[in-house]
Design a protein around this ligand. Structure first.
Ligand SMILES: Cc1ncc(COP(=O)(O)O)c(C=O)c1O
Ligand SMILES: N[C@@H](CCCC[NH3+])C(=O)O
Length: 431
């Protein structure tokens, strides 16, 4: 996004109206900086899209993209619902005082404890992923007075155009029930448990998707099944959850749609299918993660060493890497970056950006152009708001970076930088 970058009189990059070089000095590096106004804007694009279409909806922020107490407080302020996939994500929501009735629990191997916590907290909905979920719920509900709303997660057999590792709606997937056989068995089992209220179906076809056809195909397939269940049993879904996966821009190769285009396409197709089959229009739920936070943050690093291999490649190393952004190593994901303290300088130096882990694959960006690089320069990598901090690790015993929120020009530390004492806090001695 370099051509759109704002630059101040000192030649420093400005992000969310703040000089990022100053932010790096104040909060140290590596540092995640979120533009909260942009987070709100993304959230509102989805929410307003459904409002405009006049359809009942829930926009559940997929907290796996970036979960922290402050982030979930922003999601709550924006009236979003929440998708959690673990006790840890649910616990974070509890600490953020997130309304429990707006939380949906996912997971392809939910533990008894996770399901119990969901029941005890009276969350809004459990997305049943497999027969084990149903068995555990049946047992747990014996000691439970209330009821629980559930959706059945199915794999609609859609091959969305995305990286193989983040494709989830195809039949050969660890998630959900296959639509042809297992979904009906799950339906029958759930209908026999009085305390489970089946609201409808869930599918998630993949992530970083730039087209609406995959979603449309998925909706058609869901309706084939829903039409059968209606004929057989008179069952009508009151909710259709179409997952997340809406793509964002990392580099020029990515051509995202305006967020409300996805909403309009979903609403149109669901409305048509419901009409065709004589079914009433369900609530439409979606679960965007990346599209809410991905393009709202940058990561700031300090540049250190350089290795120049004549006629081959120049390596420029930064003080973070795969421990705060595993996506390039895991998915060959591409990013753009600039030197924040030389934001106007001509880009004349061909180089690749390396992390500092003891791993050759620890590369953040291959073959980019930067201005002449000197140790101490601040590198800003764009669009790191999703699946960066949330996938961070302690490899090489690195401490996790800090996270800062900027809103109304004010920068607030929302996740503290870990200390080395934090990193080894669970180590016990064996002398
Ligand atoms: C079930 C489910 N919902 C929502 C998401 C969020 O996806 P994204 O961040 O691409 O919107 C994912 C991740 O791909 C997922 O598996
Ligand atoms: N973590 C992945 C996306 C998969 C998310 C959840 N199913 C990414 O960084 O793109």
């Amino acid at each position: 996004m370099s051509e759109l970058t704002e630059v101040n009189g000192k030649g420093h990059m400005v992000f969310a109206e703040r000089d990022v070089v100053e932010l790096a000095e104040t909060f140290q590096t590596p540092l995640f900086v979120y533009n909260v106004e942009k987070v709100r804007k993304n959230a509102r694009a989805f929410v307003e899209g459904f409002k405009k279409a006049g359809v009942k909806a829930q926009v559940a922020y997929a907290s796996k993209a970036f979960s922290s107490v402050a982030m979930l407080q922003v999601a709550k302020q924006e009236g979003l619902s929440l998708d959690v996939v673990s006790q840890g994500e649910l616990y974070t929501a509890m600490k953020a005082d997130f309304p429990m009735e707006k939380i949906h629990l996912h997971g392809n191997n939910k533990s008894r404890e996770e399901l119990k916590m969901a029941l005890d907290q009276h969350i809004g909905c459990i997305v049943v992923d497999n027969f084990h979920d149903i068995t555990l719920l049946k047992e747990l509900l014996k000691d439970y007075n209330g009821t629980m709303d559930v959706l059945i997660r199915v794999t609609p057999g859609i091959e969305a155009h995305t990286h193989d590792y983040i494709l989830t709606g195809n039949e050969d997937s660890k998630f959900g029930f296959d639509l042809k056989n297992q979904a009906k068995q799950a339906y029958d089992q759930i209908q026999q448990i009085d305390q489970l209220h089946l609201k409808g179906l869930h599918c998630h076809i993949g992530s970083q998707i730039f087209e609406t056809d995959g979603f449309i195909m998925a909706i058609k397939r869901l309706y084939e099944v829903l039409a059968d269940w209606y004929k057989q049993d008179g069952f009508e879904a009151t909710v259709l959850n179409l997952g997340g996966g809406f793509g964002i821009r990392y580099t020029d190769e990515d051509k995202p749609l305006p967020l409300d285009d996805y909403v309009l396409a979903l609403v149109k197709e669901v409305t048509e299918e419901a009409d065709t089959h004589g079914l009433s229009l369900p609530e439409i739920w979606i679960e965007p993660g990346r599209a809410i936070v991905g393009d709202t943050a940058i990561t700031l690093y300090e540049i250190g060493s350089k290795k120049e291999i004549p006629n081959m490649r120049n390596y420029v190393s930064v003080d973070g890497g795969m421990t705060d952004n595993i996506r390039p190593a895991l998915y060959q994901a591409k990013y753009e970056a600039i030197i924040a303290n030389k934001a106007r300088a001509p880009k004349t130096y061909p180089c690749s950006i390396a992390g500092k882990c003891c791993e050759s694959g620890d590369m953040l960006i291959y073959d980019t152009l930067l201005p002449e690089v000197t140790p101490g320069d601040i590198l800003a990598v764009f669009s790191t708001g999703a699946y960066g901090y949330s996938m961070a690790s302690h490899y090489n015993r690195f401490a996790k970076p800090a996270v800062v929120f900027v809103e109304n020009e004010e920068a607030t530390l929302v996740v503290k930088r870990e200390t080395y004492a934090d990193v080894i806090q669970n180590d016990l001695s064996y002398e």
